[in-house]
Design a protein around this ligand. Structure first.
Ligand code: SF4
Ligand code: SF4
Length: 106
């Protein structure tokens, strides 16, 4: 498995557009962000971990992240937090890869 595939926790790389949207709806339905102390009322769409929504335009202060209590977090074996301010699972994973990848084995 390539590094790219490892980072693609939601497996969106090979999804057709309709399936990508279907998964997106599923994430939104189960997302717990609106119950989180960091969440700013009215901000939408949530589901910030999914690589479709981007970071929040309204959330600027990180208080606490309840992602670890979310069924999506467990189901897709996510590993990061504060997706609303720091970017999606894929994006945060990529940043770590890039930061840690200097002078790799090639
Ligand atoms: S892991 Fe976090 S951002 Fe993703 S759906 Fe759950 S609560 Fe929302
Ligand atoms: S991504 Fe985490 S910190 Fe941000 S609103 Fe959702 S649960 Fe809260």
């Amino acid at each position: 498995m390539s590094k790219y595939e490892t980072l693609d926790k939601f497996g969106v790389e090979n999804l057709e557009e309709a399936d990508f949207k279907k998964r997106q709806d599923y994430i939104l339905k189960n997302c717990r962000c609106t119950k989180c102390p960091t969440y700013v009322q009215g901000d939408a769409p949530t589901g910030y971990c999914y690589p479709a929504f981007g970071t929040s335009k309204q959330i600027h202060w990180e208080k606490e992240c309840v992602c670890k209590t979310c069924s999506i977090f467990k189901e897709y074996e996510l590993t990061h937090s504060f997706y609303c301010t720091r970017c999606s699972q894929f994006c945060q994973g990529l940043k770590i890869e890039v930061a840690g990848g200097q002078g790799g084995s090639g």
